[in-house]
Ligand binder design. Structure first.
Ligand code: G3D
Ligand code: MG
Length: 191
């Protein structure tokens, strides 16, 4: 087979891989059991599995989306929030373009640990855009954090935005990832 024949045979998928306009690394973080893995799975598969296994160390996933006429390859890094994995956090954050701090609206402590998480994050990443996301809003009867309080904290920590989601019902799941992707694009354009 001649050279030209070989070129014609390159599979379309492989060609597409080099065509992505932008790749963003997005890190998810927050206490164990706030729902990072469930949110990621809901976003990627449209399903809520109530038997997510504890995340050991870090898992990462890729999703392709189109925002503002740009093709974005979103790398979603899902961090195991348990204490014994914390030593991994600075290297996990390396090269991140954006982040989502997640807490569980039925668990006040998970919100109040925001300072611990952000201290490490800011040291490791500088001034990347980070959204604050309250999870499990389907559990309205168990709600312990109100939106006003969360929003005030989000403002005082200079988060790029605040949203409330449920991986169970799917509410706001897609829009959170699209919003942070848009913010990352804007941030990139302003540099
Ligand atoms: P983590 O990855 O942050 O550690 P997980 O958290 O995604 O593993 O979720 C921890 C638990 O919370 C799981 O329950 C999961 O099903 C539940 N959960 C996650 N998101 C939601 C949600 O939006 N609504 C409700 N009702 N539950 C949620 P188990 O029982 O497996 O520990
Ligand atoms: Mg997990």
């Amino acid at each position: 087979m001649n050279r030209i024949g070989l070129q014609v045979e390159i599979p379309a998928r492989q060609v597409n891989l080099v065509n992505y306009d932008i790749t963003f690394k997005l890190v998810l973080f927050g206490d164990g059991a706030v729902g990072k893995t469930a949110l990621t799975q809901r976003y990627l598969t449209g399903l809520f599995k109530d038997d997510t296994k504890i995340t050991i160390g870090v898992e990462f996933h890729i999703n392709d989306l189109e925002i503002a006429n740009k093709r974005v390859k979103l790398q979603i890094w899902d961090f195991g929030g348990e204490e014994r994995f914390r030593f991994l956090l600075p290297s996990y954050c390396k090269g991140a373009n954006g982040g989502i701090f997640m807490f569980d609206v039925t668990n006040t402590n998970s919100l109040h640990h925001v300072d611990d998480w952000m201290d490490v994050l800011r040291k490791a990443t500088g001034n990347i855009p980070i959204m604050m996301v309250g999870t499990k809003v389907d559990l309205a009867h168990n709600r312990a954090v109100n939106a006003k309080e969360a929003m005030a904290l989000a403002k005082s920590h200079k988060f790029a935005g605040y949203a409330e989601v449920s991986a169970k019902t799917g509410v706001n799941v897609e829009s959170v990832f699209e919003t942070i992707a848009e913010i990352m694009i804007k941030r990139m354009a302003s540099k």
